[in-house]
Design a protein around this ligand. Structure first.
Ligand code: NAD
Length: 354
C-alpha cells in the first residue's frame, strides 16, 4: 500500500536543513502532508529552508538516542542526513564521509524499533565501480554496475555499505527500505560556496565573481572534458516520492541521462549570465571520475517514469537564486567594514589613530 496516500501519516525528514531535505519538506507540505518532523544537526538559522509548521528539531543523528527521539511515532522516514559535499570535499574528507555510517546504522536501528512502515535511503552514483567511469564517452551506469564493488573511496564505500544494511534490515527484520541512487542533484537553496558546493553551484558562483570583479576568467577543475549528468531538484523529489511509494526493493538510479561536459555546463551558465569568459584549467584540482551518466532503463520499467527536466531549464532558477545570494553577500561585506572601521576609543587601533 502507498504509505503516503494518507496525508496524516507522520513523516520524518532527516538532513532537513540541507539542500534536498529542505525541498522535500516543502514538497510534502505542498502535497498536503500535515505531520512532518524535520531534523538536522545544524542550528535552525543555518537551515536552507525551514517550514514553520513542521516539528523542526536540531539533533545529531550520529547519536543513537537522538535517532530514537527522531523516529519516535514516525511511520515514514526519509534518511537524507550525511556529512557530504562536492568533489572538493569528498576527496579530502574521506574519514568524515565514512563516519556517516554512524547516522545510517543508528537510524536503521531506531526505525526498526519504532516499527516504521517505509524507510527511504538517499544513496549516490558514487557507489559505482570506478573502472566503468574512466572515459568521457561513458556508457551510462546501470544499477547492476555497482558490483563487483569498487566505489568512490570514502563517501562511495559508506553509501554502498549503508545500501547493503538497508537491504539486510529489510530481509532480516522486515523494515520496508527503498534506495535511490542520486546523480548530481542541483537547484536553488543549496550550498554555493565554502568548499562543499558541487559543480553547477560552484560554476554559477565563479561566473558571478568573474563578472562582478571584472576578471574575465573562470577556473575549471580538470580539463573541462569530464562528462556528467545533472538532476534538477524537482525531478529528484518526484523520483524519491515515487520510489518510496512503490514496491521496488532494489536500488534505483534517480538521475538525468542528459550527458554534458563540464565545459558544456560552463557554456550553459555563461549563456544564462549573458557573458563569455576565458577558462583556466586546473589539472591538479579534484575532478572525480572522467565520465558518469545515469541509465534510466530500470526506473522507466519499474516506475513508468524517469527524470526529464533539461539542464538549461533547471539551471536558470538555480543561477538566479545564487545570484541573489551572491549580491546580498557582497552587500554585507561592503557594509560591514563601515561598521567595524569605526574604532572604539579604548581599542589599540584608536590609540594609533593620529
Ligand atoms: P546537504 O549537505 O545539503 O544536506 C545534508 C544535511 O545533513 C546537512 O544539512 C547536514 O547538516 C545534515 N547532517 C550531517 N550530519 C548530520 C548529523 N550527524 N545529524 C543530523 N544531520 C546531519 O546535502 P544534500 O545535497 O541535501 O544531500 C542529501 C542526501 O542526498 C545525502 O545523504 C547525500 O549523500 C545524498 N546525495 C546527494 C547528492 C547531491 O547531488 N546533492 C548526490 C548523491 C547523494
Amino acid at each position: 500500500m502507498d504509505p503516503l496516500c494518507d496525508r496524516d501519516v507522520p513523516i520524518l525528514v532527516t538532513g532537513a536543513g540541507g539542500f534536498i531535505g529542505g525541498h522535500l519538506v516543502r514538497r510534502l507540505r505542498q502535497d498536503g502532508h500535515r505531520t512532518i518532523r524535520a531534523v538536522d544537526c545544524k542550528p535552525l538559522d543555518e537551515w536552507f529552508q525551514r517550514d514553520l509548521a513542521a516539528d523542526n528539531r536540531v539533533l545529531d543523528l550520529r547519536d543513537p538516542t537522538a535517532c530514537r527521539t527522531a523516529c519516535d511515532g514516525m511511520q515514514v522516514v526519509f534518511q537524507l542526513a550525511a556529512d557530504m559535499g562536492g568533489m572538493g570535499f569528498i576527496e579530502t574528507h574521506k574519514a568524515a564521509c565514512m563516519l556517516s555510517v554512524l547516522i545510517n546504522t543508528h537510524m536503521l536501528l531506531a526505525a526498526r524499533a519504532a516499527s516504521v512502515q517505509r524507510y527511504f535511503y538517499a544513496s549516490s552514483a558514487c557507489v559505482y565501480a570506478a573502472d566503468k567511469q574512466d572515459r568521457a564517452a561513458v556508457t551510462a551506469l546501470r544499477e547492476s554496475d555497482a558490483y563487483p564493488a569498487m566505489p568512490e573511496d570514502g563517501y562511495g564505500w559508506e553509501k554502498l555499505f549503508s545500501e547493503r544494511m538497508c537491504r539486510h534490515f529489510r530481509e532480516d527484520f522486515g523494515l520496508a527500505t527503498r534506495i535511490g541512487r542520486f546523480h548530481n542533484v542541483y537547484g536553488p537553496h543549496g550550498t554555493w560556496r565554502g568548499g562543499r558546493e558541487k559543480a553547477p553551484a560552484g560554476l554559477c558562483r565563479k561566473v558571478l565573481e568573474a563578472v562582478h570583479d571584472r576578471t574575465g576568467e573562470i577556473e575549471i577543475w580538470g580539463d573541462g572534458g569530464q562528462t556528467r549528468s545533472f538532476l534538477y531538484i524537482d525531478d529528484c523529489l518526484e523520483g524519491m516520492l515515487r520510489l518510496t511509494c512503490s514496491d521496488v526493493v532494489e536500488p534505483l538510479n534517480i538521475g538525468s541521462d542528459e550527458l554534458v561536459t563540464i565545459d558544456g555546463l560552463g557554456d550553459v551558465v555563461e549563456a544564462i549570465a549573458g557573458t563569455r569568459l576565458r577558462r583556466r584549467y586546473r589539472l591538479d584540482a579534484p575532478r572525480g571520475v572522467m565520465g558518469r551518466n545515469s541509465d534510466n532503463t530500470l526506473i522507466r520499467q519499474r516506475l513508468g517514469w524517469s527524470p526529464g527536466i533539461a539542464l538549461r531549464t533547471g539551471m536558470e532558477p538555480t543561477f538566479r537564486w545564487i545570484e541573489q545570494q551572491f549580491v546580498a553577500a557582497r552587500q554585507r561585506t561592503v557594509l560591514q567594514p563601515a561598521v567595524t572601521a569605526r574604532p572604539r576609543p579604548s581599542s589599540p587601533a584608536a590609540s594609533r589613530t593620529p
